[in-house]
Ligand binder design. Sequence first.
Ligand code: 13P
Ligand code: ZN
Length: 274
Amino acid sequence: MKVLDAEFTQGFIRMANDGWEQGWHERNGGNLSYRMKSEEVDMVKEEFSTGDWREIGTCVPDLAGEFFMVTGSGKFFRNVIIKPAESFGIIEIDEKGENYRIMWGLEGGARPTSELPSHLMNHEVKKRVTDGKYRVIYHAHTTNVIALTFVLPLTDEVFTRELWEMATECPVVFPDGIGVVPWMVPGGREIAVETSKLMEKYDVAIWAHHGMFAAGEDFDLTFGLMHTVEKSAEILVKTLSMTNAKRQTITPDDFRHLAKDFKVTLPEKFLFEK
Ligand code: 13P
Ligand code: ZN
């Protein structure tokens, strides 16, 4: 089967285009990666050709031998749907987890995203803590979440609580909460290490003044998670634009009742008295 005809490729393209349509991917902003299933690799490998090994820039031994579909550095999400083979590709990780090689796509001398260290270190954590269930890592430049990183304290507690409060579905969609990485230089190992530490306990990490990383089982759940967090941030931005004093809101006890009925565990550290 051709790579472009495979269902997972179609899912990858649709997710990238949905993100573009949301306005989260100005120019080359954002990147997406998907850890392929072995049967998917077998299904499309007739189209593979082997590129040279190149350094990842970090070490991900638990991803040795895995194949990833990943967007290219400097590539525009806007173009993914019309120029797929130039905008993204498939890479293989070597047996040490230190190098990758391009097996398909990234045509015209393209390389994987500059955030490959963050993507792969997040995948490595999620593969371990979810027993291999999680396959998608998504980075987007979500406008409202970025705006909030200029006005809220940069703590997991404040961001989680504020975003939970703005839409009743939030604590059900991300019960574990959200992590925050202070401003750091993007594109390297250092920010990847900090982000992957947060991915041990959360599915979402905010990069202050930059954007968000979301992790999930499949394209729908990961996109839906990003969308839910950003929508909640939009409601908070609108609310703060009207007033800095909410007249009423969802209280800590309300959250405790919700947790019981919806059978989710909400860590008490987010249910502080304000
Ligand atoms: P890439 O074009 O290298 O994927 O970088 C975009 C980005 O969002 C960096 O954080
Ligand atoms: Zn970015």
